[in-house]
Write a protein that binds this ligand. Structure first.
Ligand code: HEM
Length: 436
């Protein structure tokens, strides 16, 4: 289980079916694989569940009391306050800064004298999505912060995963494996957020940006209580949006770029579509609905490699009815998109990369069978932001480069940390398209 959690859970499903029970120490753990049951739990009976306490304790160390961590009335208030900033129409307003960020990174990737370059896909996608979130949050392009911030994110993700399986968190000052990295990672990310907030507070109101996420967070007040976010809440929400807002999208784009490299026909079809819809123009928010195949390829990539592949765990706080079963108070409920999204009942030949499953004319899978953003009241708040960002980045990338694998490099293996990334650096070749 510790060595390869997703395969272990897959085996549970293959052997025992749609609802399984096991004891792990004192835990009574249930895994649910049936999409209807997943929805019955996360959507219909969401108030019978809280998030798994140990996972939340770990996240709290990085994200404080933010919307990702809180429960009950505090979570409802925070979510209500943040929602307007992530509504589909508001999100469309970020399209320009997303394309500006992507162009800046992509245009200089391959030195002009060369035809192609070999790159670490995850490093590239992290640079891209970090630049996007820095602009969306703080109206600041990446000024050299992204290298350290990316390293800090990965170190914290590894530490979080290790500590999640300890019964308690030992103090960070102890000379234990990983604690030094964790202290450095937290210091780096907190420093970055703190610096940006302090800079904004020092700006005269007439020059301070009005339409980024930080401006939204500074201006919001709760309709019901009239309260604004406290300084700590503001810091914690920024930490969360910065982290949750780039790591997952970078992971999805990493897997997508590899899948497109190993499926040149799917890649060419996306490029042909771009040519028809855009010609040589840059994509914008309004073009996204017309990029049906490109969007489908991203959805299919997130089906095969969901960035949050497992550990969507919940504690049952009121008896939970699932079909003919009732899970008792205190049970642990585990949901593993990695397994649910590779079920041949909903996705025939589940291991195959087939974007046609998600094109507009295809029969959609049953609700709950495709859930890279989760579902129910705690569904990802950034899902529209992420889909727009990824479509624009993918479009700009394919307009400029052909994605190719590196001969002799073994296919990547997924590794479950907080997100599910390739276990080793994944290299791709980017060939300039106008190089002849
Ligand atoms: C491909 C990209 C993304 C994926 C796959 C993803 C996935 C998820 C998932 C699965 C959850 C739910 C976790 C649960 O039920 O316990 C979640 C929650 C969340 N996501 Fe995302 N996410 C993505 C992008 C983003 C972006 C771009 C942002 C913000 C800019 C964001 C912010 C959040 C926040 C704040 C929550 C917590 C919501 C709550 O608990 O109310 N995510 N995400």
């Amino acid at each position: 289980m510790a060595r390869d959690y997703p395969s272990f859970v897959g085996l549970l499903h293959d052997t025992y079916g749609d609802l399984t029970f096991m004891r792990v120490g004192t835990e009574r753990a249930y895994d649910v694989f049936d999409p209807a049951m997943v929805r019955a739990a996360l959507v219909d009976q969401a108030d019978h569940l809280i998030r798994w306490e140990r996972g939340i304790e770990i996240f709290e160390q990085t994200f404080g009391q933010s919307v990702l961590v809180t429960e009950g009335a505090t979570w409802q208030r925070q979510r209500r306050m943040l929602m307007p900033g992530f509504a589909p129409r508001r999100v469309q307003g970020y399209a320009e800064l997303m394309t500006a960020a992507a162009r800046t990174v992509l245009d200089d990737l391959v030195p002009s004298v060369q035809r192609e370059a070999q790159l670490d896909a995850a490093a590239l996608m992290t640079r891209l999505t970090m630049d996007v979130i820095l602009r969306a949050l703080f109206s600041q392009p990446d000024r050299g912060e992204s290298g350290d911030a990316a390293r800090a994110t990965q170190l914290l993700s590894h530490c979080a995963m290790r500590e999640m399986f300890w019964p308690v968190t030992l103090p960070d000052w102890l000379p234990l494996p990983g604690k030094r990295d964790k202290r450095w990672g937290l210091r780096t990310l907190r420093g970055l957020v703190h610096r940006h907030i302090a800079q904004r507070r020092a700006m005269p109101p007439d020059v301070a940006p009005q339409d980024d996420l930080l401006a939204m967070l500074l201006a919001v007040s709760d309709d019901e209580s009239g309260q604004c976010l406290s300084d700590t809440e503001l810091h914690d929400q920024c930490m969360t949006l910065f982290q949750a807002g780039h790591e997952t999208s970078a992971t999805a784009l990493t897997w997508w770029s590899w899948l497109m490299a190993v499926h040149p026909q799917a890649q060419q079809r996306a490029r042909d579509e771009l040519h028809v819809v855009l010609g040589e123009r840059d994509p914008e928010a309004a073009s996204v609905p017309d990029l049906d195949w490109l969007g489908a390829s991203l959805k299919e990539a997130m089906r095969l490699y969901p960035p949050v592949g497992g550990l969507l765990s919940r504690r049952v706080v009121k008896p939970l009815r699932l079909g003919e079963w009732t899970l008792p108070d205190g049970a642990l409920l585990r949901i593993t998109p990695w397994v649910i999204q590779r079920d041949a009942r909903w996705f025939p030949e589940p291991e195959a990369f087939r974007p046609e499953r998600f094109v507009a004319t295809a029969e959609p899978p049953p609700r709950g069978a495709w859930m890279p953003f989760g579902t129910g009241p705690r569904v990802c708040i950034g899902q529209h932001f992420a889909m727009l960002e990824m479509t624009l980045v993918a479009a700009l990338l394919l307009q400029r480069y052909e994605l190719l694998t590196v001969p002799g490099e073994a296919p990547p293996e997924p590794e479950l940390n907080v997100t599910m990334r390739p276990s080793k650096p994944l290299h791709l070749r980017l060939r300039r398209r106008n190089a002849g």
